[in-house]
Design a protein around this ligand. Structure first.
Ligand code: SF4
Length: 304
């Protein structure tokens, strides 16, 4: 058997061409099982706290932008960033003069600091004043390609231009990436999933006909990449744009109109430690995709 070596310490058997009916059966089961998983493990929960669409858009963009690092640290940062914006963050940004915000003094989230966050907020405020919404800004740069990688790149370029910074710091470049350069840019595609998809747990706020769920790419972090390899969705050894496109292409064969509807369940498997790198600690015995997983542990003897 040919083995691939990925970033996991465990070699993963090379996947054959996917058996789509079998994949569909078990992925649908997995998706159904995790649909109602609590949002508390996900930064999307912060956007659900607001009811107005503008507030949700602002909160979701900040939550996705800062969705890196440990869950507890992301939540602490989001509490701290959103609190000074009050109960209506969109309205706050409308009237904000761009001056430092007292509640953000000295804030640091890994390599992102106060100045980077203020620049991000200035960019969002300026874009929403000019276009009315971040959705309108994205649509402005959308040329109708098969996926939204180039539209996202133009979107972040436009935000960078409105950040008030001539030479963006490393932190600001990280917050405003360029997806066309080949990185997975998980946070960018996660933000799109939240805004464009309407099935739970996503917000479905962006209803422009052009931004259909069929054009979304799987937000590829290390958990989703590892499990995608186990299930034969990708052979790529690195969690990058090519891996995301490859896995999404397989998922389109399962659900043409909504391929990233499986992302919530796939990511929960990793984030909630149902499926971990050290396979003997994974809960294969209760995993819906076990029959199609190349890494599953054999069932205990009494269940065979
Ligand atoms: S069967 Fe086991 S190794 Fe495979 S995805 Fe499920 S938990 Fe992970």
């Amino acid at each position: 058997m040919v083995l691939l070596v990925c970033d996991s310490e465990v070699p993963v058997p090379r996947p054959p061409s996917p058996n789509v009916p079998l994949l569909r059966e078990h992925l649908l089961r997995l998706r159904d099982e995790w649909t109602e998983a609590p949002l508390s493990s996900d930064p999307l929960e912060f956007a659900h706290r607001y009811s107005a669409s503008g507030d949700r858009e602002v909160a979701a963009f900040l939550a996705a932008s800062l969705a890196f690092g440990r869950v507890a640290s992301i939540r602490a940062t989001l509490f701290r960033v959103l609190a000074p914006l009050g109960p209506e963050p969109a309205r706050f940004l409308e009237g904000w003069d761009g001056e430092p915000i007292a509640g953000l003094t000295g804030i640091v989230h890994r390599w992102v600091g106060e100045a980077d966050l203020l620049s991000l907020l200035r960019a969002v405020a300026a874009a929403r004043r000019e276009f009315g919404s971040l959705e309108a800004l994205l649509v402005e740069g959308d040329d109708g390609e098969a996926d939204l990688v180039f539209a996202l790149t133009r979107f972040y370029d436009a935000l960078r231009e409105r950040s008030g910074v001539r030479r963006p710091s490393q932190g600001l470049r990280f917050l405003l990436p360029r997806p066309e350069q080949g990185g997975a840019c998980k946070r960018a595609h996660l933000f799109l999933r939240w805004m464009v998809r309407s099935g739970p747990p996503d917000l479905g706020l962006w209803k422009s006909g052009r931004l259909s769920p069929a054009r979304l790419l799987l937000p590829m972090d290390t958990h989703v990449h590892r499990i995608s390899r186990y299930l034969g969705l990708t052979r790529r050894p690195t969690a990058d744009l090519a891996a995301s496109r490859e896995a999404t292409a397989v998922l389109r064969r399962v659900d043409l109109d909504d391929p990233v509807s499986f992302d919530w369940a796939l990511s929960r498997l990793g984030i909630l430690t149902e499926c971990v790198r050290e396979i003997r600690r994974s809960h294969c015995e209760r995993c819906a995709v076990r029959p199609i997983c190349r890494m599953s542990r054999p069932p205990p003897l009494h269940l065979r």
